[in-house]
Design a protein around this ligand. Structure first.
Ligand code: CP
Length: 333
């Protein structure tokens, strides 16, 4: 992601990550380092959650202009467990309803010493726009941008695959369903290709396929059976009705029969294949409950990894800003 001067907008002048707007342009080693740090923060069910003081004295603001359960709560938990103060702006009772612009809202919170903005929006471009206007010590993290990008989801997906299946170079991953409207598919595919996945497949009806020029090297499959035959990982996607006009919304029963991840369709995949879904799930549409709650499902592991990944991203970004502050002689807390 470049500015009009060609500088990578999500990096500082020394090339360190200052914002996380997209996984595009991240090197393999940078992704591996984030995954390794996330793994350090992962805890098993029943254990106490990981905590450290990496964000002590910092303030994180969650600004979600689209609904969210997993991402918003996991960013809040991640920031809290790293010692930050956290603000969740209630947009229905904020001054936005009185016509305040997003930038004025950002400037207002920045004046209250918010250090990190976590943002979700239904329109493309808001995280980068805000990143171009905040003070040099302030960071912006993209928590879901229209159909374009959801970088922390991409990271938690590849972390989950790595934990369950090991080296990605030996794996065939099939992303199935409503790919055209999916920011998750784009970020996860970017992470998979950067990490050198063995084979990446997009499996969907033509109406929900990604653009022809997206993800060179990925295989396109126009039937579910072809798409998941021999797959080690199947990622089912939510039908995103909120991004479709009425004519695009598929018939639920027909979609489940032709494209649903079910006990029958999964038989085409490799033995031991796992099933991911970013949530929220439309049970009985793109996935059945027998699969979502069954032994192949990695859905709850994805959610658990979401907190660890967001801790790793927050800790990395804030550490990078601290390094720059120290080098610039700025006063730290
Ligand atoms: N996967 C995901 O982004 O879920 P939420 O919409 O609940 O945040």
């Amino acid at each position: 992601m470049k500015t009009d001067t060609g500088r990578d907008l999500q990096r500082d002048h020394a090339g360190r990550l200052r914002h996380l707007l997209t996984l595009e342009g991240l090197a393999r080693d940078e992704i591996v380092q984030l995954l390794d740090l996330a793994q350090f923060y992962v805890r098993e069910p029943g254990d106490l959650p990981a905590r450290d003081g990496a964000l002590l004295g910092r303030t994180v603001a969650n600004l979600f202009f689209e609904p969210s359960t997993r991402t918003r709560v996991s960013f809040e938990l991640a920031a809290t467990r790293l010692g930050a103060d956290v603000v969740n702006l209630d947009l229905h009772s904020s001054s936005r309803v009185k016509g305040e612009t997003v930038l004025d809202t950002i400037y207002t919170l920045q004046a209250m010493m918010v250090d990190v903005f976590v943002m979700r929006d239904s329109e493309p471009g808001l995280p980068a726009f805000v990143a171009g206007h905040v003070q040099p010590h302030v960071s912006v993290l993209n928590a879901g941008e229209a159909h374009v990008s959801h970088p922390t989801q991409g990271l938690l997906d590849v972390l989950t695959i790595r934990q369950r299946k090991g080296d990605l170079q030996n794996l065939c991953v099939a992303i199935v369903g409503d790919i055209s409207h999916s920011r998750v598919a784009r970020s996860t595919a970017t992470a998979l290709q950067t990490l050198g996945v063995g084979e990446l497949r997009f499996v969907s009806p033509a109406s929900l396929a990604p653009e022809a020029d997206e993800f060179p090297g990925a295989k396109r499959c126009a039937s579910l059976e072809d798409g998941i035959r021999g797959a080690d990982v199947i990622m089912a996607l939510r039908i995103q009705k909120e991004r479709m006009d009425q004519s695009q919304i598929p018939d639920v029963d027909a979609f489940l029969k032709e494209w649903g991840i079910t006990e029958r369709s999964i038989l085409h995949a490799n033995k031991g294949a796992i099933v991911l879904h970013p949530g929220p799930m439309n049970r009985g549409v793109e996935i059945t409950s027998a699969i979502a709650d069954g032994p192949a499902s990695a859905v709850q592991q994805q959610v658990r990894n979401g907190v660890a990944v967001r801790m790793a991203v927050l800790a990395t970004i804030v550490r990078n800003v601290q390094v720059r502050n120290v080098q610039a002689g700025r006063r730290e807390v």
